[in-house]
Design a protein around this ligand. Sequence first.
Ligand code: BTN
Length: 264
Amino acid sequence: MPDPSSPLGALAPLGGVRFARLANVVLLEEAGSTNDVARRIVERALAESEEILPTVVVTRRQPRGRGRAGRSWLLPEGRGLALSLIVPWPEGPERVRVPIAWGIALAEGLSRAFLLDVRLKWPNDLLAGGKKLGGLLVEARAADGEGYAVVGLGLNVTATYEDLADLPAATSLLLEGASRDRLAGDVPLISLLRILDAGLEDLPSDLPGAFARFSAHAPGDRLRVADGARTVEGRYTGVTGDGFLKLETESGERILVSGDVTRF
Ligand code: BTN
């Protein structure tokens, strides 16, 4: 049993699987939160001025998973995957594009790998059949400008209706009809790692165009965006070059950088 308190408690090669860019895969039986494990790796590297090559921390059991806006993220026992990818966090304007670019790359990669229509609900929810299949929590750390982003992904893989009984707005790859052979054993994990590896090679750069291809929203949809005490309502018109949400409201165009989206 690996020691989950140690960031590198179970560094194990995935026999026979080779990646172009992904340098390290840390497989943990259980991790409180893979984002927290990844953050510890980043903090240690920054403190010691060491470079981190692209590294992913993966677990199937994550009792203290964190979601966006301080929510918790619960994985149905053994039926989901939680992972956190550590990537360089570029200085300059590209920084803000990292979360949405990874969201698009995952929607596209999951659609291809599992032959599903996976959509991105702005900013970072992965939907299939209109329900939540997974979500991203991107957190970043920097020291003297140099930094790393931790791209955390939670994905419901083989969860059944019973597993998700308390989460009626959630779904899984299995429930959306992914084939048994694509869900067998470590196939989903390897597919996900290949999606991350491809993203490390080539992330979408035309965010308005790429988002439009995988968007859960159609132009003209009436969206309500809540961010803390503030709520904005308007019609969806797309995202900016930085991936910010564009809404046409009664008082003109609004550009939103964060928030929780619902339709109304
Ligand atoms: C959300 O939709 O609110 C985002 C959920 C993100 C969950 C993932 S699971 C892996 C990583 N570790 C965490 O504690 N959270 C993210």
